[in-house]
Design a protein around this ligand. Sequence first.
Ligand code: KIV
Length: 280
Amino acid sequence: MTKPAVNKPTVPDLRARKGTRLVMLTAYDFPSAKIAVEAGVEVLLVGDSLGMVVLGYDSTVPVTMEDMLHHTRATRRGAPDAFIIADMPFLAYATPAQAIANAGRFLKEAGADSVKVEGGVDAVPVIEALVRAGVPVLGHIGLTPQTASSLGGYRLQGRDEAGARRLLEDAVAIERAGCWGIVLELIPAALARAITGRVGIPTVGIGAGPDCDGQVLVFHDLVGLFSGFTPKFAKRYAEAGALMREGISRYVAEVKAGAYPAEEHSFGMDEAVLRRIYGG
Ligand code: KIV
């Protein structure tokens, strides 16, 4: 039996993080998970954004359960003590039965601690079924990338009165359904503040202003590893892509110039053995 994780937050611990600036970041593999935790990130999300930033799709729609399980396992190996949330991919939770079967795989086979489900009022039956079955659920409303096309593309949600009211209703409904927290994506800051004030569980914002209970970003956006498109809210804290390109082009130049590998990168051998081989 493996040892229980030391200091891993529980779901009640996370629920109690209301108003305390919870720091969440996506991670998709061993190195990104390890680096994020070493840097102080508190909760990791294996987002289906991996479809775009790791697998090169132009949306999250093609991402499969097998993709998500593979990356969640690698993330767990990089962060054995972290609270890890796995994103349920598109159509993996179309019915409560399907949601329970797939969420069970994340918890039992890949070491996830919670799943994330996109959707508001419409997602209530699925969220209720998951919570009743013992699966912790993080909700996700606002811009929900899996259904971005139906929402008119990757654009700000909840701008007009009807949209804002709908998002408030969504937040209240999924809190009642049993979510321990809610991701608010790409909505006006004032609406995020109102939702955060209305619900008793932590909100985690991405493009939702400063007044959410926590923040989440996509790893590759934060470190400058994804140049497909950069939303206004995605602050780049590093230029890892440029650093990697520079290092790799130096490697190319040194191999071509015969400068790498040098003596210090090579291994010696007993001269007598060499003489026996070559008969010298
Ligand atoms: O897939 C993802 O990375 C997400 C975050 C943007 C919240 O859902």
